[in-house]
Design a protein around this ligand. Structure first.
Ligand code: PMP
Length: 306
């Protein structure tokens, strides 16, 4: 599906038309994956569009820059203002927001700290990521033959362009086998995450999710789900999870900015729980969507109104 273009893009300090935001083929990021990015959603609320987790996403972008040793000439506060202004200018009621920071043209060296840094923000009006009925009916997924990167190879907690080749392998393999998404294990065989989602398992009333040491991206929706689950009185455990636990679980679900909270109804053609959205997943969805859609008070301060 082609990207639903917006009118304006912010690029290196200026708001310019979508078509004008071009780069040269010699940019370092294109050759070596030396970019970092974010994925953020703005939801439509009765008070107008509101960005979900703005500060957390911008902070993670700056952490990713630090890991990649990319210097950025803006403060997090300036970046937040740019994002809000772009959503306003493009007149969105809701949208997906993609900040991207990358190394430009100067050198083909692998120590490319002499390359200039470019920064841009794009917005698109994107709907449901894993399919229109995924939120209610759940998705069929497989355990990928690809593992997540070992902690001694890449910085898994960095949202950097290069890391996403691994995610692309996982996603393409899953599609080729007729699944919506793949779940990657870490190099030790413990459950890690989906190609673009964190994963949760509900087993005998306890909610489990892999820890940061299992090569996951520290998802912001993961944090929201943990906050909601604790607030609702569930016992929550962040711990290494064997693959086996998923097949005997009562419920398994994904979280992510794009995937939101999506139930998983089967893994490797094995039905999970009842084979439809479970009660814990549903309760978390209801609480989550009520807040992000502005129907319930923003008790945890997640929203920034545009
Ligand atoms: N893991 C990976 C690999 C991702 O790309 C994403 C999406 N950013 C997530 C997890 C979920 O993170 P978040 O909830 O912050 O979108």
């Amino acid at each position: 599906m082609p990207l639903p273009k917006s009118e304006w893009i912010w690029f290196d300090g200026e708001f310019i038309p979508w078509e004008a935001a071009q780069v040269h083929v010699s940019v370092h990021a294109l050759h070596y994956g030396s970019s970092v990015f974010e994925g953020i959603r703005a939801y439509s609320t009765p008070q107008g569009p509101a960005v979900l987790g703005l500060q957390a996403h911008v902070r993670r972008l700056f952490d990713s820059c630090r890991l990649a040793r990319i210097n950025l000439a803006y403060t997090p506060e300036q970046f937040e203002q740019v994002i809000l202004e772009l959503v306003r200018r493009n007149g969105h009621t809701f949208c997906y927001i993609r900040p991207l920071v990358f190394r430009g043209s100067e050198s083909f060296s692998l120590d490319a700290r002499s390359c200039p840094t470019h920064a841009t923000v794009l917005t698109v009006e994107m709907g449901r990521y894993l399919g229109a009925d995924a939120i209610e009916n759940g998705v069929d997924v497989m355990v990928s033959s690809w593992r997540r990167m070992a902690t001694s190879t890449f910085a898994a907690m960095s949202k950097s362009g290069g890391n996403y080749l691994n995610s692309q392998y996982i996603a393409m393999e899953a599609k080729d086998y007729g699944f919506v998404e793949g779940i990657a294990l870490d190099v030790n065989g413990f459950v890690s995450e989906g190609s673009g989602e964190n994963i949760f398992v509900v087993y005998r009333g306890v909610i489990y999710t892999p820890p940061v040491a299992s090569s996951i991206l520290m998802g912001i929706t993961r944090d929201f789900a943990l906050t909601l689950a604790k607030d609702m009185g569930y016992e929550v455990r962040e711990q290494m999870l064997p693959r086996d636990l998923m097949y005997v679980a009562d419920e398994v679900f994904f979280t992510g900015t794009a995937a939101e909270i999506t139930p998983i109804r089967s893994i490797d053609r094995q039905v999970i729980g009842s084979g439809s959205r479970g009660p814990v997943t549903k309760a978390l969805q209801v609480a989550f969507f009520a807040i992000v859609n502005g129907e319930a008070p923003d008790r945890f301060g997640w929203l920034t109104h545009v």
